[in-house]
Design a protein around this ligand. Sequence first.
Ligand SMILES: Nc1ncnc2c1ncn2[C@@H]1O[C@H](COP(=O)(O)OP(=O)(O)OP(=O)(O)O)[C@@H](O)[C@H]1O
Ligand SMILES: [Mg+2]
Length: 332
Amino acid sequence: MEHILRIKDIVKKFGDFTAVDSISLDIKKGEIFGILGPNGAGKTTTINMILGLLKPTSGSITINGIDIAKHGNDVKKMMGLMTQETVVDGDLTARDNLEIFAKLYHVPDSKIPGKVKEALAESELTEFADKKAGTFSGGMQRRLALVKSMIQDPMLLILDEPTTGLDIQNRVSMWGHIKGLIKIGVTIILTTQYLEEADALCDRIAIIDHGKIKAIGTASELKRMVGTGRVLEIVLESEVQAQSAASLLKSRFKINPIVKGDRLDAIIEKWDPKMLPEMLSLLEKKKLIVSSVNVHFPTLDDVFIKLTGSGMRDSASNEYVSARSSAMVRGR
Ligand SMILES: Nc1ncnc2c1ncn2[C@@H]1O[C@H](COP(=O)(O)OP(=O)(O)OP(=O)(O)O)[C@@H](O)[C@H]1O
Ligand SMILES: [Mg+2]
């Protein structure tokens, strides 16, 4: 398998603080590779080193066999970037944004009109081509930024949190646009705080936390790390009840629940459908009131909890949990 990017033992220190702590990665041509981690995990720092914007404290990065420390300018031409802060010029029209960027990246003049037309169509912005980008919604601006990052036909496209801050409809629409890019054969590195985004888009995922890789694999490989069993979630009337239920289930069923507020989560390695009615009748006998129950196959969230001992630390996790809770309600 041909590797487009090889990262070997990169470390980045800011003073005494180690933001990236010996990361090694090989990324294959044509794959969508996800770097998944919470706020401050070291995603942008890693990306900035790949882009040559930050010099690693130690370690090496090669792109297409070229060492970026020695030939930074050569490799920069091969890369496209969409940053965390959407960069489209609000005072310019969508068309002008694309044309100026194409010129900046030395796209031959004869090719620019065709490229711009294609980019407008891909981003579903053709009818807004001559409107100022500043009047666009957040989703439209991101779509414009995405096609802008592709205008010079990069072989490696880096998307740093392309959907952070977007509502769920716009996020799902961006996933469609990103998936469309793979057909052209470009390799994509995508960072995200959203577990479901990594699950939906990425061929392989590295979970990073505190500057270290905790696991690498396909979404299914990562999920298998949790085991072939099930994840059980029970919501009780109160936190006190959840604590009592957790110790009761722990001693009776040899499981190890984690309590979060009024909810307990447990990974059950050997799932037997008979367990659930037994558990519920035990809780009822002890006058513990169950307000909802959910049994599901492991998700990346469960992998993350298993690897780091906690859920994602940011607002993304709340949204994920609430999305999951609503799915739970619908399923009942
Ligand atoms: N220039 C800098 N000087 C000092 N510390 C920095 C600098 N850049 C990043 N850091 C720290 O390094 C850590 C990793 O930051 P980074 O921006 O890479 O995280 P991230 O995973 O991209 O997070 P987010 O999801 O919030 O974008 C953080 O603790 C951050 O405060
Ligand atoms: Mg970042």
